[in-house]
Design a binder for this molecule. Structure first.
Ligand code: NAD
Ligand code: SSN
Length: 493
C-alpha cells in the first residue's frame, strides 16, 4: 500500500521554496526557478528559486556580516540551538523521511534511518560545541607562557551531494555552528528540498539571521565560483565526486582556502576463507544495497577467497532476489529508483562492458521498464581484470565478484585503486583483521561490518577520496583554526 498522496502534498507544501539569505526567504534576483523531480515517476514535485551569482554574493555578504557577532555567541548557546534542532528534526522525522524518499528515491525505511543518522550530527556537535578548548603551558626554557586558543575559521561555503540529502548537510552545518562559523550552503540541485526544510528548522531553533544562508541553484559553478574567489570566504567544505572536488581544490588554492573534501570511493569488500559466510552476505547486502548502491561507501568490488566464492555468490544472489524494487513510498520497497536517467545509463554501461569482457551475469543486468529510473539488483561473477566496473564508481545495485588465493593477493587487489575511502573485511581471525587494517590504504575499515557511518566517528578518505574528516572529535576541528599567543615571563617585571 502506498503512502496517501495527500501526505506527500502536505509535506511538499511545508517546504520553503525561496533562497534563505540573511534570515529571510526570498525569490532569486533573476526571478528564475528550477524543477525538482521524483526519480520514481519523473514527475515534477516542486519548483524552487534558482540562485544566480548575484544571490550567491548576497548570501556571502550576509555570512560575512554575521561572522563577528556569531563567533561571540557563547558555545553553550550555539550548542543549545543544535540540540533544539535535533529535537525538532526528530519530532518531524516522518516528514523528513517522506521528503527524502520523494526527491531522492530511497525506500522510506532507509530514509527514516537517514533521519536518525543525520539528526545525530546535530546532537553530537551540540555536545562538542563546549569542548573546543585550547591550552596554557610554560615554555620549556621557563621564560614565557604559551596560550593556545581555537577560533572559528570564518565564513564557509558548504557544497553537498544528492545521495544523502539530510545527513550530508547536517554533517557540515552542525560542526560549523558548534565552532562559530557562518555559512553559505549550496545544496544539490537534484535534491534541494530536504535542505530547504532543514534550514527552516534551524531558523525556528533560533539560529540568528545570516549564520546559515541557503542558495539552491541549477548553475553551481557560475553561482559559487565568485564566492571561492572572494577573500571574505575562509573555507570550502565539499562532498561529491572526485572529478568536481579536484577542480574546486584548484580554484580554492588561489585564495588559499581551508578545504574539506569528501569525495568518491571504490570500496573493496574482502571475504576470507575463514569468514562466517552468512554474516558476510548480511554485510554485503548493507554495503552494496544501502541507498540502492548510491553511496560513496558502497562496496564496489567483492574480493572473495576462491574456496568460499561459490557459496558466497549463491547466498548473496538468493538474498538479493528477495529485494523488492519499487517506489520508495510503497510498502515493502527495498530498492528504489536511481537518481536520474544519466546515472542509470552509466550503471548499465558498466554492466554491459563487464559482460562483454567475459564476466558471468548471475542475476539482473537490465533497467526496469516503465516510469522512473529503476535498475535490477545485479550480480556478476568472474569479472575480468581491467573491466571498467572494477575501477569506476558504480553507484547502483550491482555487485561484481572477483576471487583471490592468498592474503597478499587480496591486499594487492583491494589497494589497486586511486580511491581510499572505506574497505570491508570479513574474517574470524582478529589478527588478520588488524593486519588488513594496517595494510589497506583506506580512511575507514568495516571489520565484519557492512556499515561504518557513525556521527561519533571520523568519516573520510585517503588518496583521491579526499581530505579532512567529518564527525567524531575531528569534525569540529575542520572549522577551527589554532591561534597561539606568546606571553612574556610573568615573573619578570
Ligand atoms: N566521501 C563522502 O563522504 C561522500 C558522500 C556522498 C557522496 N560522495 C560522492 O559524491 C558523488 C555523488 O554525488 P554528486 O553526483 O552530487 O557529485 P557531484 O560532484 O556531481 O556534485 C556534488 C555537488 O557539487 C555541485 N557541483 C557540481 N559542479 C560544481 C562546480 N563546478 N562548482 C560548484 N559546485 C559544483 C553539485 O551541484 C552538487 O551540489 C559520488 O562520487 C560519491 O562518492 C562522497
Ligand atoms: O555517500 C556517502 C555517505 C554515506 C554515509 O555517510 O554513510
Amino acid at each position: 500500500m502506498s503512502v496517501p498522496a495527500i501526505k506527500e502534498l502536505e509535506v511538499l507544501d511545508s517546504v520553503p521554496t525561496g533562497l534563505l539569505i540573511n534570515g529571510m526567504w526570498r525569490p532569486a534576483a533573476s526571478g528564475k526557478t528550477f524543477d525538482v523531480e521524483d526519480p520514481a515517476t519523473g514527475k515534477v514535485l516542486l519548483s524552487i528559486a534558482d540562485a544566480g551569482p548575484e544571490d550567491g554574493m548576497a548570501a556571502l555578504d550576509a555570512a560575512a556580516a554575521a561572522q563577528e557577532s556569531w563567533a561571540k555567541v557563547p558555545a553553550r548557546e550555539r550548542g543549545e540551538i543544535l540540540r533544539r534542532a535535533f529535537e525538532m528534526v526528530t519530532a518531524r522525522a516522518e516528514d523528513f523521511a517522506l521528503l527524502m524518499t520523494l526527491e531522492m528515491g530511497k525506500p522510506l525505511a532507509e530514509a527514516r534511518g537517514e533521519v536518525t543518522y543525520g539528526a545525530e550530527f546535530l546532537r553530537w556537535f551540540s555536545e562538542e560545541a563546549v569542548r573546543a578548548f585550547g591550552r596554557y603551558s610554560v615554555s620549556p626554557d621557563g621564560k614565557s607562557r604559551l596560550l593556545v586558543t581555537k577560533k572559528p575559521v570564518g565564513p564557509c561555503l558548504l557544497i553537498t551531494p544528492w545521495n544523502f540529502p539530510l545527513a550530508m548537510a547536517t554533517r557540515k552545518i552542525a560542526p560549523a555552528v558548534a565552532a562559530g562559523c557562518t555559512m553559505v550552503l549550496k545544496s544539490a540541485n537534484l535534491t534541494p528540498l530536504t535542505s530547504q526544510l532543514f534550514a527552516a528548522v534551524m531558523v525556528e531553533a533560533g539560529l540568528p539571521a545570516g549564520v546559515l544562508n541557503v542558495i539552491p541553484t541549477s548553475t553551481a559553478g557560475a553561482t559559487t565560483g565568485p564566492l571561492i574567489k572572494d577573500s571574505r570566504l575562509r573555507k570550502l567544505s565539499f562532498t561529491g565526486s572526485t572529478e568536481v572536488g579536484r577542480r574546486l581544490l584548484a580554484d580554492a588554492s588561489e585564495n588559499v582556502l581551508r578545504t574539506s573534501m569528501e569525495l568518491g570511493g571504490n570500496a573493496p569488500f574482502v571475504v576470507f576463507e575463514d569468514a562466517d559466510v552468512d554474516a558476510a552476505v548480511a554485510g554485503a547486502m548493507l554495503a552494496k544495497l544501502r541507498n540502492m548502491g548510491e553511496a560513496c561507501t558502497a562496496a564496489n568490488r567483492f574480493i572473495v577467497h576462491e574456496s568460499v566464492a561459490e557459496e558466497f555468490a549463491k547466498k548473496f544472489a538468493a538474498t538479493m532476489a528477495g529485494m523488492t524494487t519499487a517506489r520508495g513510498t510503497e510498502a515493502g520497497s527495498k530498492v528504489g529508483p536511481l537518481i536520474d536517467a544519466k546515472s542509470r545509463d552509466k550503471v548499465h554501461e558498466l554492466v554491459t562492458d563487464a559482460v562483454s569482457e567475459g564476466a558471468v551475469l548471475i542475476m539482473g543486468g537490465t533497467p526496469v521498464d516503465g516510469p522512473g529510473y529503476f535498475y535490477e539488483p545485479t550480480l556478476l561473477l568472474d569479472v575480468r581484470d581491467g573491466a571498467r566496473i572494477l575501477s569506476e564508481e558504480i553507484f547502483g545495485p550491482v555487485a561484481p565478484i572477483i576471487t583471490f588465493g592468498t592474503e597478499d593477493e587480496a591486499v594487492r587487489l583491494a589497494n589497486n585503486t586511486e580511491y581510499g575511502l572505506v574497505a570491508y573485511v570479513f574474517t574470524r581471525d582478529l589478527n588478520r583483521g588488524i593486519r588488513m587494517g594496517e595494510r589497506l590504504e583506506t580512511g575507514m575499515l568495516g571489520l565484519n561490518a557492512g556499515v561504518v557511518s557513525n556521527a561519533a566517528a571520523p568519516f573520510g578518505g585517503v588518496k583521491q577520496s579526499g581530505l579532512g574528516r567529518e564527525g567524531g572529535l575531528e569534525g569540529i576541528e575542520e572549522y577551527l583554526y589554532t591561534q597561539y599567543i606568546g606571553i612574556a615571563d610573568p615573573n619578570v617585571s
